[in-house]
Ligand binder design. Structure first.
Ligand SMILES: Cc1cc2nc3c(=O)[nH]c(=O)nc-3n(C[C@H](O)[C@H](O)[C@H](O)COP(=O)(O)OP(=O)(O)OC[C@H]3O[C@@H](n4cnc5c(N)ncnc54)[C@H](O)[C@@H]3O)c2cc1C
Length: 507
């Protein structure tokens, strides 16, 4: 039986389930504010976590807030100044990480074994009690507190606290109990990664690769140091038609078949296994607070489904959860209503971004339409090449640095539409110049492809209907926000009320 009594009735003010970036950041902020915190993880640290290891500027800002930029290990990590995009082995664009006022103008690649240990140490140094090898199995809230059932080396125990933060990752037990069900497949992305050594020269550039074969998904190369990299692939789980291919096989094959990736890897060798992990995307319909309970990070589905980035949202939501509990204690109100400001904050800061990302993912999960989506990518890239300000905003949104409402602004939409007209007109002119017979062949090919799409959708009517409903639902969810943003005067420069981050402008 665990004996961590700090007061007659409680084992701690707050119990945090999960000591990843979300839980450890929350514990550090709460302990800084004088809370008695129990931080519980079922693993022993330092532990590895399957991840691309890319830590973007917004996450770096959170690390700076916790004073971690001064750590010698942190300063030795690889800095990333730019990102490149490839399609079917061909280079599309390389662009610097957008400079956003108040944020570092770079990212870093930090192995999770180190990063998560640093944040955990920071929480411990602030006074949080850490219980490793201890699994949270359930909880029950009542008017006087929350009881949390745990199983550790000494057996089962029930701990009592004023509040619980569920930061136990993408298969969160706390989220499942709060919501009454497991994560639906449509909210899942599967991803795998491996480490490679012996690269010719990794430099300070991250690469993202798209291809017909792997869409709707992408693969990446993030340099971890001078001659080493984290290489991985991510894909939405529910596609139409279903993707039966094994992701690990696909990834191993890409290492040798994709010309751009192969050029970057040279004679690099695999170090260790190829390992996978699921990601959970945000679903605004699902609660992230209950009586005395809040969800943070992956447990709340705070992943940008466009780029798989979640560390920044984990650290931010960990801090927001802590700030909400600090205010709740001042009012002595840990009720559902008392914790709702946390959900409202997520909504205010992130919901629009998540809704846009969700709509895009809904659209691209229909693999019949892959040529269309890849053409859209070409159009966006063509504009970005000619217009650095456009590239900063679209790239900034992709990296989660700039609020997504900026791409829905009239100016960016107009530029994208202009580019689409130019690109399509250019393609049309090229085809016309190649003669009548070529145009007839092209028409035939397009008609055959369209018929193929229709037939294939007819062969999977249930899946096609689900897809259509999913698109409509996501469009409706986004619609309210877009209408508000576009109708409001000065909408493009609008920043949300009481903004916390990313309200800063691109420099
Ligand atoms: C292949 C892959 C690549 C990715 N690449 C990137 C990237 O490059 N950049 C980026 O920003 N994000 C990336 N992500 C997402 C990122 O890894 C997550 O968003 C991030 O780890 C979320 O942090 P967290 O603290 O919420 O959860 P986690 O980091 O998952 O931490 C959860 C913790 O809870 C513990 N736990 C789980 N269940 C229990 C339980 N019942 N009781 C006690 N403890 C429990 C776990 O042991 C773990 O330590 C990637 C994800 C994957 C799968």
């Amino acid at each position: 039986m665990l004996t961590l009594k700090i007061a007659a009735a409680f084992d701690g003010d707050v119990i945090v389930a999960g000591a990843g970036p979300a839980g450890a950041a929350a514990a550090a902020h709460l302990a800084d504010a004088g809370f008695a915190v129990l931080l519980i993880d079922h693993q022993q640290f330092p532990r590895d976590k399957v991840c691309g290891d890319f830590v973007g500027p917004a996450a770096l800002l959170e690390l700076h807030r916790l004073g971690m930029a001064a750590l010698p290990g942190y300063r030795q990590t690889n800095i990333i100044h730019e990102a490149a995009l490839y399609l079917n082995g061909r280079h599309l664009i390389t662009h610097p990480i957008p400079r956003v006022a108040g944020m570092p103008a770079h990212g870093r690649v930090i192995a999770r074994k180190a990063l998560d240990q640093w944040i955990l140490d920071r929480a411990r140094a602030a006074g949080a009690r850490v219980l490793e090898n201890t699994r949270v199995q359930g909880f029950a809230s009542d008017a006087g507190g929350v009881s949390v059932t745990v199983k550790g080396p000494a057996g089962r125990a029930t701990l009592r606290a004023q509040a619980l933060i569920g930061a136990d990752g993408s298969s969160s037990v706390v989220a499942r109990l709060l919501r009454g069900h497991a994560v639906p497949d449509r909210n899942r992305i599967v991803a795998m990664r491996c480490y490679m050594d012996g690269l010719p020269d990794t430099g300070n550039r991250c690469d993202l690769y798209f291809s017909d074969a792997t869409f709707p998904g992408y693969y990446w190369l993030f340099p971890t140091g001078p001659n080493a990299a984290n290489v991985g692939i991510g894909m939405v789980r529910e596609t139409l038609p279903r993707n039966e291919e094994h992701l690990r096989q696909r990834m191993l094959q890409l290492l040798t078949s994709d010309p751009a990736l192969r050029a970057r890897l040279g004679n690099a060798q695999l170090r260790g296994p190829v390992t996978g992990w699921p990601l959970t995307t945000y679903d605004a319909a699902l609660p992230c607070v209950g009586r005395r309970v809040l969800l943070a990070g992956d447990a709340a589905g705070l992943i940008n489904p466009l780029n798989g980035e979640g560390i920044q949202y984990a650290m931010l939501s960990g801090r927001w959860a802590a700030e909400t509990l600090i205010a709740a204690r001042a009012r002595d109100d840990f009720s559902h209503a008392g914790l709702l400001p946390y959900a409202q904050r997520i909504e205010r800061e992130l919901r629009f971004d998540m809704a846009l990302a969700r709509l895009i993912v809904q659209l691209i999960r229909n693999r019949h339409l892959t040529p269309l989506w890849l053409e859209a990518l070409h159009i966006i890239v063509a504009r970005a090449r000619a217009d650095p300000a456009y590239a900063d905003i679209t790239g900034g949104v992709l990296a989660g640095l700039v609020p997504a409402r900026r791409v829905m602004g009239a100016d960016i939409l107009r530029k994208s539409a202009q580019q689409a007209v130019l690109s399509l007109a250019g393609m049309g002119a090229q085809h016309l110049l190649r003669g009548r017979a070529h145009c007839l062949r092209l028409g035939l090919r397009t008609g055959t492809a369209a018929a193929g799409v229709a037939l294939s959708m007819a062969a999977h009517p249930r899946a096609a209907l689900d897809w259509g409903l999913g698109v409509a639902g996501s469009a409706l969810e986004l619609g309210g926000g877009v209408a508000g943003a576009l109708l409001r005067p000065g909408a493009q420069e609008h920043t949300p009320a009481a903004p916390d981050y990313r309200s800063r402008s691109i420099m």
